[in-house]
Design a protein. Sequence first.
Length: 291
Amino acid sequence: MKKLYYLSFSLFFLTTVCFAEISKKEKKALVDLYTSTNGKHWVKKWDLNTPVSQWHGITIEDNKVIEINLFHNNLMGPISSEIGKLEHLKVLNLAFNSLTGALPAEIVNLSNLKVLKLEMNRLNGEIPNEIGNLKELVELSAFNNFLTGEIPATVGNLKGLKILNLSSNDLYGNIPASLGQLSQLETLGLFENKLEGAVPKDMGMLSNLKELVLANNRLDGEIPNEFAQLASLEVFQIQNNNFSSFKALEFLETKEYLVFDYDKDDRKLEFKDINFSKTKMADTKFEDIEE
Protein backbone atom coordinates (compact mmCIF):
# COMPACT_ATOMS: atom_id res chain seq x y z
CA MET A 1 0.00 0.00 0.00
CA LYS A 2 2.86 2.35 0.89
CA LYS A 3 4.59 1.61 -2.46
CA LEU A 4 1.36 2.38 -4.30
CA TYR A 5 1.09 5.71 -2.47
CA TYR A 6 4.62 6.71 -3.38
CA LEU A 7 4.05 5.64 -7.00
CA SER A 8 0.89 7.76 -7.23
CA PHE A 9 2.65 10.74 -5.67
CA SER A 10 5.59 10.40 -8.07
CA LEU A 11 3.30 10.27 -11.09
CA PHE A 12 1.43 13.33 -9.85
CA PHE A 13 4.72 15.19 -9.28
CA LEU A 14 6.07 14.33 -12.75
CA THR A 15 2.81 15.33 -14.40
CA THR A 16 2.85 18.66 -12.57
CA VAL A 17 6.42 19.38 -13.61
CA CYS A 18 5.99 18.31 -17.23
CA PHE A 19 2.80 20.22 -17.76
CA ALA A 20 3.39 23.22 -15.53
CA GLU A 21 1.76 26.26 -17.07
CA ILE A 22 2.91 29.84 -17.29
CA SER A 23 0.70 32.68 -16.11
CA LYS A 24 -2.39 33.62 -18.12
CA LYS A 25 -0.81 37.00 -18.84
CA GLU A 26 2.27 35.44 -20.43
CA LYS A 27 0.26 32.87 -22.36
CA LYS A 28 -1.97 35.61 -23.77
CA ALA A 29 1.13 37.55 -24.84
CA LEU A 30 2.42 34.50 -26.73
CA VAL A 31 -0.93 33.83 -28.37
CA ASP A 32 -1.16 37.47 -29.46
CA LEU A 33 2.34 37.20 -30.99
CA TYR A 34 1.25 34.04 -32.81
CA THR A 35 -1.90 35.73 -34.12
CA SER A 36 -0.30 39.04 -35.13
CA THR A 37 2.46 37.31 -37.08
CA ASN A 38 0.19 34.91 -39.01
CA GLY A 39 1.05 31.81 -37.01
CA LYS A 40 -0.93 29.56 -39.36
CA HIS A 41 1.69 30.29 -42.01
CA TRP A 42 4.74 29.67 -39.81
CA VAL A 43 7.14 26.94 -40.84
CA LYS A 44 6.98 25.43 -37.36
CA LYS A 45 3.52 26.22 -36.01
CA TRP A 46 2.27 26.19 -32.45
CA ASP A 47 -0.51 23.88 -31.38
CA LEU A 48 -2.30 26.19 -28.98
CA ASN A 49 -4.08 23.21 -27.41
CA THR A 50 -0.82 21.73 -26.11
CA PRO A 51 1.23 22.93 -23.11
CA VAL A 52 3.28 26.06 -23.84
CA SER A 53 6.43 24.14 -22.97
CA GLN A 54 5.90 22.15 -26.18
CA TRP A 55 5.63 25.20 -28.45
CA HIS A 56 8.49 25.63 -30.89
CA GLY A 57 11.13 28.12 -29.80
CA ILE A 58 9.78 28.67 -26.29
CA THR A 59 11.95 28.09 -23.24
CA ILE A 60 10.35 28.08 -19.81
CA GLU A 61 12.11 28.26 -16.48
CA ASP A 62 10.32 28.28 -13.12
CA ASN A 63 6.99 28.62 -14.96
CA LYS A 64 8.16 31.79 -16.71
CA VAL A 65 8.97 32.39 -20.37
CA ILE A 66 12.66 33.27 -20.59
CA GLU A 67 13.35 32.75 -24.31
CA ILE A 68 11.55 33.08 -27.64
CA ASN A 69 13.57 31.84 -30.62
CA LEU A 70 11.54 31.99 -33.84
CA PHE A 71 14.49 32.50 -36.18
CA HIS A 72 13.67 31.94 -39.88
CA ASN A 73 10.12 30.76 -39.22
CA ASN A 74 8.10 32.81 -41.74
CA LEU A 75 6.64 35.29 -39.28
CA MET A 76 4.65 37.97 -41.12
CA GLY A 77 3.05 41.14 -39.81
CA PRO A 78 3.71 43.37 -36.79
CA ILE A 79 5.09 42.39 -33.40
CA SER A 80 2.26 42.47 -30.88
CA SER A 81 2.46 45.14 -28.20
CA GLU A 82 1.68 42.36 -25.70
CA ILE A 83 5.32 41.31 -26.03
CA GLY A 84 6.09 43.81 -23.29
CA LYS A 85 4.24 41.64 -20.75
CA LEU A 86 6.83 38.87 -20.98
CA GLU A 87 8.78 40.57 -18.22
CA HIS A 88 11.06 37.58 -17.52
CA LEU A 89 12.23 37.25 -21.12
CA LYS A 90 16.02 37.06 -21.56
CA VAL A 91 16.27 36.19 -25.27
CA LEU A 92 14.04 37.39 -28.12
CA ASN A 93 15.18 36.15 -31.52
CA LEU A 94 12.81 37.02 -34.37
CA ALA A 95 15.54 37.34 -37.02
CA PHE A 96 15.21 36.35 -40.68
CA ASN A 97 11.45 36.65 -41.01
CA SER A 98 9.06 39.07 -42.74
CA LEU A 99 8.00 41.21 -39.80
CA THR A 100 6.57 44.62 -40.67
CA GLY A 101 5.47 47.75 -38.84
CA ALA A 102 7.22 49.67 -36.10
CA LEU A 103 8.81 48.24 -33.00
CA PRO A 104 6.16 48.31 -30.27
CA ALA A 105 7.02 50.84 -27.58
CA GLU A 106 6.27 48.15 -25.00
CA ILE A 107 9.40 46.24 -25.98
CA VAL A 108 11.37 48.55 -23.67
CA ASN A 109 9.54 46.97 -20.71
CA LEU A 110 11.59 43.77 -21.09
CA SER A 111 14.01 44.77 -18.36
CA ASN A 112 15.62 41.31 -18.13
CA LEU A 113 16.34 41.05 -21.84
CA LYS A 114 19.93 40.15 -22.74
CA VAL A 115 19.61 39.37 -26.46
CA LEU A 116 17.36 41.17 -28.96
CA LYS A 117 17.74 39.92 -32.54
CA LEU A 118 15.49 41.48 -35.18
CA GLU A 119 17.76 41.41 -38.24
CA MET A 120 16.61 40.62 -41.79
CA ASN A 121 12.99 41.73 -41.48
CA ARG A 122 10.96 44.65 -42.85
CA LEU A 123 10.53 46.63 -39.66
CA ASN A 124 10.14 50.39 -39.99
CA GLY A 125 9.67 53.41 -37.76
CA GLU A 126 12.05 54.69 -35.14
CA ILE A 127 14.01 52.92 -32.43
CA PRO A 128 12.19 53.76 -29.18
CA ASN A 129 14.03 56.43 -27.22
CA GLU A 130 13.52 54.37 -24.07
CA ILE A 131 15.65 51.55 -25.49
CA GLY A 132 18.20 52.60 -22.88
CA ASN A 133 15.93 51.05 -20.23
CA LEU A 134 17.08 47.57 -21.29
CA LYS A 135 20.05 47.70 -18.93
CA GLU A 136 20.77 43.94 -19.15
CA LEU A 137 21.14 43.94 -22.94
CA VAL A 138 24.30 42.31 -24.31
CA GLU A 139 23.30 42.10 -27.99
CA LEU A 140 21.10 44.40 -30.07
CA SER A 141 20.97 43.36 -33.71
CA ALA A 142 18.50 44.89 -36.17
CA PHE A 143 20.40 45.14 -39.46
CA ASN A 144 18.66 44.89 -42.84
CA ASN A 145 15.37 46.52 -41.92
CA PHE A 146 13.79 49.89 -42.76
CA LEU A 147 14.32 51.59 -39.40
CA THR A 148 14.46 55.35 -39.60
CA GLY A 149 15.08 58.32 -37.32
CA GLU A 150 18.17 58.98 -35.23
CA ILE A 151 20.05 56.51 -33.09
CA PRO A 152 18.80 57.29 -29.57
CA ALA A 153 21.47 58.72 -27.28
CA THR A 154 20.04 56.46 -24.56
CA VAL A 155 21.80 53.52 -26.21
CA GLY A 156 24.77 54.76 -24.20
CA ASN A 157 22.97 53.52 -21.07
CA LEU A 158 23.40 49.90 -22.16
CA LYS A 159 26.68 49.48 -20.28
CA GLY A 160 26.91 45.71 -20.82
CA LEU A 161 26.33 45.82 -24.57
CA LYS A 162 28.85 43.80 -26.60
CA ILE A 163 27.16 43.76 -30.01
CA LEU A 164 25.32 46.67 -31.63
CA ASN A 165 24.46 46.17 -35.28
CA LEU A 166 22.06 48.60 -36.97
CA SER A 167 23.51 48.32 -40.48
CA SER A 168 21.45 48.57 -43.67
CA ASN A 169 18.60 50.71 -42.40
CA ASP A 170 17.50 54.31 -43.05
CA LEU A 171 18.90 55.85 -39.90
CA TYR A 172 20.03 59.47 -40.17
CA GLY A 173 21.56 62.22 -38.06
CA ASN A 174 24.76 62.11 -36.04
CA ILE A 175 26.32 59.13 -34.34
CA PRO A 176 25.58 59.83 -30.66
CA ALA A 177 28.68 60.52 -28.57
CA SER A 178 27.13 58.37 -25.85
CA LEU A 179 28.26 55.26 -27.75
CA GLY A 180 31.68 55.99 -26.30
CA GLN A 181 30.30 54.93 -22.92
CA LEU A 182 29.81 51.32 -24.07
CA SER A 183 33.04 50.05 -22.56
CA GLN A 184 32.18 46.38 -23.20
CA LEU A 185 31.32 46.87 -26.89
CA GLU A 186 33.08 44.47 -29.26
CA THR A 187 31.10 44.93 -32.48
CA LEU A 188 29.63 48.16 -33.85
CA GLY A 189 27.92 47.95 -37.23
CA LEU A 190 26.33 51.10 -38.70
CA PHE A 191 27.03 50.30 -42.35
CA GLU A 192 24.73 51.62 -45.08
CA ASN A 193 22.59 54.23 -43.40
CA LYS A 194 22.28 58.00 -43.84
CA LEU A 195 24.38 59.00 -40.88
CA GLU A 196 26.17 62.32 -41.16
CA GLY A 197 28.48 64.67 -39.32
CA ALA A 198 31.77 63.91 -37.61
CA VAL A 199 32.58 60.63 -35.90
CA PRO A 200 32.54 61.26 -32.12
CA LYS A 201 35.95 61.37 -30.49
CA ASP A 202 34.39 59.51 -27.56
CA MET A 203 34.42 56.32 -29.62
CA GLY A 204 38.17 56.21 -29.07
CA MET A 205 37.38 54.97 -25.55
CA LEU A 206 36.00 51.65 -26.87
CA SER A 207 39.06 49.66 -25.90
CA ASN A 208 37.33 46.28 -26.39
CA LEU A 209 36.04 47.09 -29.88
CA LYS A 210 37.02 44.45 -32.45
CA GLU A 211 34.77 45.40 -35.38
CA LEU A 212 33.94 48.94 -36.47
CA VAL A 213 31.92 49.23 -39.69
CA LEU A 214 30.80 52.77 -40.64
CA ALA A 215 30.97 52.40 -44.44
CA ASN A 216 28.36 53.76 -46.86
CA ASN A 217 27.10 56.74 -44.91
CA ARG A 218 27.49 60.53 -45.18
CA LEU A 219 30.00 61.01 -42.41
CA ASP A 220 32.49 63.85 -42.78
CA GLY A 221 35.31 65.68 -41.03
CA GLU A 222 38.51 64.06 -39.86
CA ILE A 223 39.02 60.59 -38.50
CA PRO A 224 39.45 61.21 -34.74
CA ASN A 225 43.01 60.93 -33.44
CA GLU A 226 41.48 59.05 -30.50
CA PHE A 227 41.02 56.04 -32.78
CA ALA A 228 44.68 55.29 -32.08
CA GLN A 229 43.45 53.96 -28.72
CA LEU A 230 41.35 51.19 -30.32
CA ALA A 231 43.92 48.54 -29.53
CA SER A 232 41.59 45.54 -29.99
CA LEU A 233 40.35 46.51 -33.47
CA GLU A 234 40.46 43.76 -36.12
CA VAL A 235 37.86 44.92 -38.65
CA PHE A 236 37.82 48.58 -39.72
CA GLN A 237 35.62 49.82 -42.59
CA ILE A 238 34.91 53.49 -43.25
CA GLN A 239 34.76 53.61 -47.06
CA ASN A 240 32.15 55.55 -49.06
CA ASN A 241 31.81 58.53 -46.74
CA ASN A 242 32.88 62.18 -47.04
CA PHE A 243 35.85 62.31 -44.69
CA SER A 244 38.20 65.25 -45.25
CA SER A 245 41.29 63.78 -43.63
CA PHE A 246 42.71 60.32 -42.98
CA LYS A 247 45.85 61.50 -41.21
CA ALA A 248 44.84 59.80 -37.97
CA LEU A 249 45.03 56.42 -39.71
CA GLU A 250 48.82 56.58 -39.53
CA PHE A 251 48.51 54.68 -36.25
CA LEU A 252 47.89 51.58 -38.38
CA GLU A 253 51.59 51.32 -39.14
CA THR A 254 52.10 48.99 -36.21
CA LYS A 255 48.94 46.89 -36.60
CA GLU A 256 47.60 44.06 -38.73
CA TYR A 257 43.91 43.75 -39.54
CA LEU A 258 41.59 41.05 -40.77
CA VAL A 259 39.76 43.75 -42.72
CA PHE A 260 40.87 47.29 -43.44
CA ASP A 261 38.86 49.43 -45.86
CA TYR A 262 38.81 53.14 -46.60
CA ASP A 263 38.41 55.12 -49.83
CA LYS A 264 41.56 57.20 -49.76
CA ASP A 265 44.61 56.53 -51.93
CA ASP A 266 46.93 54.80 -49.46
CA ARG A 267 49.97 56.11 -51.31
CA LYS A 268 49.25 59.51 -49.78
CA LEU A 269 49.74 58.07 -46.31
CA GLU A 270 53.05 57.01 -44.88
CA PHE A 271 52.05 53.56 -43.69
CA LYS A 272 54.90 51.29 -42.63
CA ASP A 273 55.01 47.52 -42.35
CA ILE A 274 51.29 46.96 -42.91
CA ASN A 275 50.62 43.46 -44.17
CA PHE A 276 47.79 44.16 -46.60
CA SER A 277 47.95 40.58 -47.89
CA LYS A 278 46.08 39.56 -44.77
CA THR A 279 43.30 42.07 -45.24
CA LYS A 280 40.09 41.38 -47.11
CA MET A 281 36.70 42.88 -47.78
CA ALA A 282 34.23 42.34 -44.97
CA ASP A 283 31.04 40.54 -45.86
CA THR A 284 28.50 43.27 -45.24
CA LYS A 285 25.53 40.99 -45.85
CA PHE A 286 25.29 39.26 -42.53
CA GLU A 287 23.89 35.82 -41.91
CA ASP A 288 22.49 34.17 -38.85
CA ILE A 289 22.66 30.50 -38.06
CA GLU A 290 20.01 28.65 -36.14
CA GLU A 291 21.52 26.76 -33.30
